[in-house]
Design a protein around this ligand. Structure first.
Ligand SMILES: [Zn+2]
Length: 249
C-alpha cells in the first residue's frame, strides 16, 4: 500500500486533500468538532502554570493514548506520542506547549457563550493542544500511513522562565532525524509561517485555532508547502468557534 508522503516537496496540498485517506481525515475533523472543542475545554480547565504542568501533561498523555498511540514522558516532563511511519529515521515533530502564563490559583474555568469560549489560556495554548490532539486522532481514524514518523508532543516550559526547555529537549532528543518541527501555538491563523531556523530544523510557529485544523493537517502532510494556509479549492472551512483570552490577573 502506498504511503502518503510527508516529504512533500513533490506534493501539493490541494492534491493531498483529494487523497482519499487525507479526505477521510478531514472529514473526520469536520464531523467531530464537538469532540475537539470538548477536549479543548477539558485541557484548558486543568491548571498548568510554569513548572507545574504535570497534571495537564498526564491528562494530555491519556488523551493521546485514547487515540491508540503509545505515550511516554521524557525527563523534562514532555508528553510524547510517536506515530511510526515507513521509516523511523525521518521524523516530523508537531508540538504544542502545555504551560500557561497564569499563576497557580487562577480560576481556569471556561465560560461558554454560544459558540464562544472564554478563559485563561483557552487560546494560548489550549487551542494548540486541542489542534495537535485532533490531527493525531484524525490520522489514526483514517488509518493514514506516512513515510516519516510523526511525533506528537505536549511540551513543558515554553513560557517565561521555562525558556523553551521542553521543545529544546525534544529537538535535542530527535536531533538529526528531525525533518520539520511544527509548533502550534495560540489562535491567530493568519500568522502561519517559519519564524526560526536552527540546528537543521525549521520551526514553524503555526498559530492555529480548531477552526483551522485543516491547515494544520495539510501543513503536516505537506510540510514543503511551508505551513501554507489551506489552498483555494479545498474543503470549505468548518464553522467558526471564537474564544477570548482572559487578561492575566
Ligand atoms: Zn504560546
Amino acid at each position: 500500500m502506498a504511503t502518503v508522503s510527508t516529504r512533500a516537496a513533490e506534493n501539493d496540498a490541494a492534491a493531498l486533500a483529494q487523497d482519499p485517506r487525507v479526505a477521510r481525515s478531514l472529514d473526520w475533523l469536520a464531523k467531530n468538532l464537538d469532540w475537539v472543542t470538548g477536549q479543548h475545554v477539558r485541557i484548558s480547565e486543568i491548571p498548568a502554570p510554569e513548572f507545574a504542568e504535570g497534571k495537564r501533561a498526564a491528562a494530555y498523555g491519556t488523551l493521546l493514548e485514547s487515540c491508540g498511540l503509545k505515550v511516554k514522558t521524557d525527563g523534562t516532563g514532555n508528553v510524547i506520542a510517536e506515530r511510526p511511519g515507513a521509516t523511523r529515521d525521518d521524523v516530523i515533530l508537531i508540538a504544542a506547549h502545555l504551560d500557561t502564563v497564569f499563576p497557580a490559583g487562577t480560576d481556569v474555568r471556561v465560560k461558554r457563550s454560544g459558540r464562544r469560549l472564554e478563559g485563561p489560556g483557552i487560546a494560548d495554548n489550549g487551542a494548540g493542544l486541542a489542534a495537535v490532539l485532533a490531527v493525531a486522532r484524525a490520522l489514526q481514524e483514517a488509518r493514514v500511513k506516512t513515510e516519516m514518523t510523526i511525533v506528537f508532543a505536549g511540551d513543558v516550559g515554553e513560557e517565561g522562565e521555562g525558556n523553551l526547555r521542553g521543545i529544546r529537549a525534544l529537538v535535542e532528543s530527535y536531533g538529526s532525524r528531525l525533518r520539520a518541527v511544527i509548533a502550534v501555538d495560540g489562535a491567530a491563523p493568519e500568522q502561519i509561517g517559519p519564524v526560526l531556523a536552527e540546528h537543521r530544523v525549521i520551526v514553524y510557529e503555526l498559530v492555529s485555532e480548531s477552526t483551522d485544523l485543516e491547515s494544520v493537517f495539510l501543513s503536516l502532510t505537506a510540510p514543503g508547502q511551508g505551513g501554507a494556509a489551506t489552498p483555494p479549492g479545498t474543503a470549505p472551512p468548518v464553522p467558526s468557534t471564537g474564544w477570548t483570552e482572559s487578561p492575566p490577573p
